[in-house]
Every structure is written in structure tokens, then in C-alpha cells.
Write a protein that binds this ligand. Structure first.
Ligand code: NAP
Length: 296
């Protein structure tokens, strides 16, 4: 039997509508939530992501500022742009689209962003708050979006064995923290697998909820999935495809056609995790603007 499709586009739209309603209330009180996105260089996928983020902000009634800098911008110049945004009370959220060019040192730049405006949730202060379960921090948008996908699809992490394949600081590790925290949307038993895991397929087959974030097109096959399990596919890899107008298609980390015959529920690529990431970025920007209003 074919798995139920988890529709990230529809759930993302629902969240964006909820955000828009809150933005309207804040705007009536004189605060327009605002997100500043810094893009360095001309990486085409990054340009697409930044455009989508700006479009989503505007559609939710937020203000969006995109700052584009040439790839050879000195690190000190980017730092002074961030300092200006940190000091500007009209800006509630700041993010630097990754990857940054090599001379920029991602870590130093991400640490320069005021943690109170770090809506990507990458600053060590926000990473620490996530680990501690302190709700005043920002949760990184992709793991936060995956948690919302599960909760809003009626898939309960509580007591479930979640296997996350991939241990990046962007997806796998923060997701493991979120889902293992006590309380709503958490209480899962989490295993984080990676390239050194012995017998990955056997490990994956123990999962009630399998999340795959490795960036390898269609790597997880049906044999690695327990019948009835929920499968969340985070991967987005461009695969050459001459039949598509752009000459490529986006592939997930999961062999969708065969896995959907075994799984109980599954996210498609595109239209699964991707739209949730943008929706949760808006949630974080709204959280920051609301905190400013509350004087925190
Ligand atoms: N849809 C979205 O919004 C969204 C957001 C973020 C990321 N993504 C996508 O998600 C994917 C992962 O992104 P990322 O930033 O987390 O990637 P990353 O930093 O490259 O990390 C990849 C992880 O996968 C593990 N891995 C690689 N090959 C493996 C294998 N054969 N078996 C087991 N583990 C393996 C690596 O293990 P080691 O640590 O052992 O090397 C690493 O932990 C990418 O396709 C990215 O484009 C999508």
C-alpha cells in the first residue's frame, strides 16, 4: 500500500497564514517585523533561496531587506554590515545566506550576529538555549520545521524511536536535541547515524520515524525502512535531467517511488521539508519582533 503523503507545502502555507495574522496585529501596534538577509557572491541556488525568503516575508506583511555583496568583499566589510544591522532597531532578524566565500570564516560571521536577532539559530547562545530547552532562543528553521511537520500531521514523536541520518549542525544534531527534549513535540528516543555508522540499513529499519539529511540523491532504499514507518526526506540534490526546462531536477535522499510502498507516511521532494524551512524562518522573525515589543 502506498504511504500517506505529508504535504509540507500545505502545512507551510498554514503556518505562513498564522504568521501573517500576527504580523497584522503587531503592525497595527507600530512594529513591522523585518528580516535582513545578506547574500555574498552569486551562487545560483543561494540567490534562489534568498529571493524565496524575501518573497515569503513580503507575502506575510513583513519588511524584507536583501543586502548583496560581491564575492570578494573583505570579511571586515561584511562584519561592519552586520554591526549596522545589529544596531538598527527596525531590523528584527538577520541572516547570512550560507555558504559564505572562504575569506569570510562562517563561524566568526555567525557569531557576530546579535543572538537576539539570529533567526537562523546558529549563534552558540541559541544553540545552547536549544539544548537546554529554553524557549527564548531561536530554533534553526529546518529542524523546527520538521518537528512542526510531524506534529501537524498527527505523527507523535513521544515514545517513538527516531533515527536521524546525518549529523550536521544545520539539521541532524539540532533536530536530535529538539525531538529528545521533554514535552510536546519531543519525548522521542533519538539515534543519530552518520557515515561511520555500522550497518546503516539495519539501524534505519529500527526507526518509527526516519529522518534523512545527507545530501545523497535517493540513497535510502525500501530495504532500509520498517513497514509503516514515517519517512522525512530533507535532502535536496540537483540531478541532471534533460527532460526538465532547467536541465535538472531536485532529488531527495530517499528513493521515493520504492520507499512509499513500504512507509506509512512520507514527505516528497520538493514540497516536503523545503517549504517548512521558510515558514519557520518567518515564525522566528515574528518571535524576535514580539520579544522587542515585550521589551525583552
Ligand atoms: N529542504 C531544506 O530546507 C534543507 C535545509 C537544509 C539542508 N537541506 C539538504 O539536506 C541535505 C543535508 O544537508 P546538511 O547541511 O545537513 O549536509 P552536510 O553538512 O553535508 O552533512 C551531511 C551529513 O550526512 C552524513 N552522510 C553523508 N553520506 C552519508 C552516508 N553515505 N551514510 C550515512 N551518513 C552520511 C555525513 O556524515 P559524516 O558527518 O560522518 O560525514 C554528515 O553528517 C542536503 O541535501 C541539503 O541540501 C535541505
Amino acid at each position: 500500500m502506498s504511504a500517506r503523503l505529508i504535504d509540507g507545502a500545505a502545512i507551510g502555507a498554514e503556518i505562513r497564514a498564522e504568521v501573517a495574522a500576527q504580523v497584522a496585529l503587531l503592525t497595527a501596534q507600530g512594529i513591522v517585523p523585518s528580516l535582513a538577509v545578506v547574500l555574498v557572491g552569486e551562487d545560483p541556488p543561494s540567490q534562489i533561496y534568498v529571493r524565496s525568503k524575501a518573497k515569503a516575508c513580503i507575502a506575510a506583511g513583513m519588511h524584507s531587506e536583501v543586502i548583496t555583496l560581491p564575492a570578494d568583499t573583505p570579511g571586515a566589510e561584511l562584519a561592519s554590515v552586520i554591526d549596522r544591522l545589529n544596531a538598527d532597531p527596525r531590523v528584527h532578524g538577520i541572516l547570512c545566506q550560507l555558504p559564505l566565500p572562504p575569506q569570510m570564516h562562517d563561524d566568526a560571521i555567525l557569531r557576530r550576529i546579535d543572538p537576539a536577532k539570529d533567526v537562523d539559530g546558529f549563534h552558540p547562545v541559541n544553540v545552547g538555549k536549544l539544548v537546554l530547552g529554553d524557549p527564548s532562543g531561536f530554533k534553526p528553521a529546518t529542524p523546527y520545521g520538521i518537528q512542526q511537520l510531524l506534529m501537524r500531521s498527527g505523527i507523535e514523536p513521544r515514545g517513538a524511536h527516531v533515527v536521524i541520518v546525518g549529523r550536521s549542525n544545520l539539521v541532524g544534531r539540532p533536530l536530535a536535541n529538539l525531538l529528545s527534549l521533554p514535552g510536546a513535540g519531543g519525548d522521542a528516543t533519538v539515534t543519530v547515524a552518520h557515515s561511520r555508522t555500522h550497518d546503516l540499513a539495519a539501524m534505519c529499519r529500527t526507526a518509527d520515524i526516519l529522518v534523512v539529511a545527507i545530501g545523497r540523491a535517493e540513497f535510502i532504499k525500501a530495504a532500509a525502512v520498517k513497514p509503516g514507518a514515517t519517512v522525512i526526506d530533507v535532502g535536496t540534490t540537483r540531478v541532471n535531467d534533460a527532460t526538465r526546462p532547467r536541465g535538472y531536477r531536485l532529488a531527495g535522499d530517499v528513493a521515493f517511488d520504492e520507499v512509499r510502498e513500504v512507509a506509512g507516511a512520507i514527505t516528497p521532494v520538493p514540497g516536503g521539508v523545503g517549504p517548512m524551512t521558510i515558514a519557520m524562518l518567518l515564525v522566528n522573525t515574528l518571535q524576535s519582533a514580539s520579544a522587542q515589543r515585550a521589551g525583552r
